[in-house]
Write a protein that binds this ligand. Structure first.
Ligand code: FAD
Ligand code: DLZ
Ligand code: SF4
Length: 512
């Protein structure tokens, strides 16, 4: 065996200093390899700001590692001889450094997992793939949890994660305040706009980020998105400043207004931390402990602390579990046989439907939309209009700075589109205009009338909602949680039902 250095490839969403593959080697014996490659920047046409965020964060992370004494071999996208793939770059680096072994942390998606596994046959040196312990729940743990159940409901998984971490448990190991979940307190409609509304820190691009922004503008001009509003933190210290800002300013009302939406207010009381958590700049458990500390110090109500912690140790861990448990074809499921093409306005925001124009417009500007916008505006529309789930999945993967398949796919295919037939959610999140009107101020300035179901001015969500119910009667009517909408549909007069379906058909025809 050669006595060359260990090669430690670190991928773009592995920017954590406590990475298993880094822990496995001594700095003196290792060369960290970081690779900007065309395969990753173009496997889908990512939002420009997503690419810029990640490449700048990678460059800053490489500098931070060097500062900490590591040797880093950094391959830039525009380096001559860049092969364009992880495998090609690793092959070149093995030669360049005479590497004796590879240590890598497992990848965050099936495509790249297969790539890393292929190295074990392709290269003549040993390749060790380390489990990614930045997550609470290992693959084996999730699989055995799932095997013991007929239904994989998040709520029960979440309780296990609370017990495992001890977060928000009292001295007897019972949930703080007597309940596991305070979601019922977290559905307050939007308060009016307010000058005191918290805003995320906008980080000014430094010279490294400016260089990346120029390259991205030039190279990815045909990708969706604007770089004019680029505001991301690209280092761990700045991501920690954003975390602190959230804890101080937004967390105390996070729960109350978690589902609210307001015109021209993209962020509200959300943390806007997902890009940093998913890329490794922030540690999810450390963040949850900070949230719990705020609650214990009396600075944050229980519904806000619990609601936030549930998103991270509940939903985030659970969707990852589902992604790996269900296998690589999960993204091809289409339980409701939806086949319509994604409308062009998803790439421009140009539609008279004000809610969609807002959610998509801010996505183009910031590579961000909060959960209810993703679920109940863009997701709900795609669901009730019967858009092909795979096209919708690719869109979500492209447009958000926090999007990686392991987290995006179950949220889109399972939660938003019910394309997995109810594995992830017990019923489709389908809604008409009334829900959007209750939770936002969007309808007040819309060209459509949210109260009407048919006619020139009727809100399209209304007819589409009932059309969705009617279209999927055979598949959904037996679901006990759908009993109410089907009762209401069956109670409608025949001529009203026909008019609604005709309205929906006209709208869907024009959508083409
Ligand atoms: P907050 O509202 O402040 O929530 C706090 C944190 O909880 C988030 O940062 C995130 O880490 C976690 N979280 C909350 N909800 C979820 C969830 N459903 N699944 C996983 N983690 C969650 N999240 C992503 O990180 N990447 C994605 O690609 C992604 N795609 C989505 C697609 C659809 C169709 C839907 C409905 C949701 C998607 N989500 C995704 C989940 C959620 O919308 C985002 O995590 C959240 O909007 C990020 O903004 P925030 O940091 O301000 O979140
Ligand atoms: C998303 C992304 C992009 C746009 N570019 C790179 C890159 O050039 N180099 C890199 O190491 N990672 C990038 N990534 C993140 C990877 O796609 C991600 O690490 C894999 O999907 C595995 O989860
Ligand atoms: Fe959206 Fe309908 Fe409200 Fe317009 S009226 S904002 S289309 S829900």
């Amino acid at each position: 065996m050669s006595d060359g250095p260990f090669l430690v490839p670190v991928l773009g969403d592995q920017l954590s200093h406590d990475l298993p593959s880094l822990r496995a080697v001594d700095k003196e014996d290792a060369i960290v390899l970081m690779m900007e490659v065309a395969d990753e920047t173009t496997y889908v046409k990512h939002h420009k700001a997503k690419i810029a965020f990640l490449l700048s964060a990678m460059r800053h992370y490489a500098e931070a590692l060097r500062g900490a004494g590591w040797t880093v071999d950094y391959v830039r996208l525009d380096d001559p001889g860049n092969t364009g793939s992880f495998t090609g770059e690793v092959a070149q680096a093995i030669e360049r450094h005479g590497a004796s072994a590879i240590h890598v942390t497992e990848a965050g998606e099936w495509r790249v997992r297969a790539m890393l596994e292929s190295w074990q046959d392709r290269f003549s040196i040993p390749v060790t793939i380390h489990e990614d312990d930045r997550f609470l729940c290992s693959h084996a743990e999730f699989d055995s949890w799932a095997a013991a159940r007929t239904q994989m409901r998040m709520e029960f998984f979440y309780r296990d994660m609370r017990r495992k971490t001890g977060l928000l448990l009292d001295r007897d190991g019972q949930p703080e305040g007597g309940q596991w979940n305070y979601d019922a307190d977290n559905r307050k409609p939007a308060p009016g706009r307010d000058l005191l509304m918290p805003q995320p820190i906008r980080f000014r691009p430094d010279s490294v980020t400016k260089e990346v922004l120029a390259m991205v503008a030039d190279r990815f001009a045909d990708h969706i998105g604007s770089l004019d509003h680029f505001h991301f933190a690209v280092t761990r210290p700045d991501a920690l400043r954003q975390q602190q800002r959230f804890l101080d300013e937004a967390l105390p009302r996070f729960g109350d207004y978690q589902d609210a939406m307001l015109t021209d207010e993209p962020f509200l009381w959300h943390s806007v931390l997902s890009p940093y958590i998913n890329a490794g700049l922030l540690d999810p458990l450390e963040l949850c402990h900070a949230v719990e500390k705020r609650y214990r110090a009396g600075k944050v109500p229980l519904n806000c602390a619990e609601g936030f912690i549930r998103q991270i140790i509940g939903w985030r861990e659970y969707v990852r579990g589902v992604y790996w448990h269900e296998g690589p074809d999960y993204g091809r499921r289409n339980a409701l046989d939806a086949g319509r093409d994604l409308p062009g306005f998803y790439w421009t925001g140009e539609t008279d439907m004000h809610c969609l124009a807002q959610a998509i417009g801010q996505t183009i500007d910031h590579a961000y939309a909060h959960h209810i916008q993703r679920l109940m505006i863009t997701g709900n529309f795609a669901l009730i209009a019967g858009i092909d789930p795979h096209q919708v999945h690719v869109w979500y993967l492209e447009v958000y700075a926090d999007a990686y398949e392991w987290v995006e796919m179950p949220n889109t295919v399972g939660m938003a589109l019910f394309a997995d037939g109810g594995l992830l959610g017990s019923k489709p999140y389908a809604a008409g205009g009334a829900y959007i009107n209750r939770m936002s101020d969007y309808c007040g300035t819309c060209r459509y009338d949210v109260k009407q179901r048919v006619g020139e001015d009727a809100c399209p969500f209304n007819a589409l909602y009932w059309d969705f119910i009617a279209r999927n009667q055979r598949k959904l009517a037996r679901n006990p949680r759908m009993a109410m909408p089907y009762r209401n549909w069956d109670r409608m007069k025949e001529e009203d039902r026909a008019a609604i379906r005709e309205q929906a058909a006209r709208f869907l025809h024009d959508l083409r």
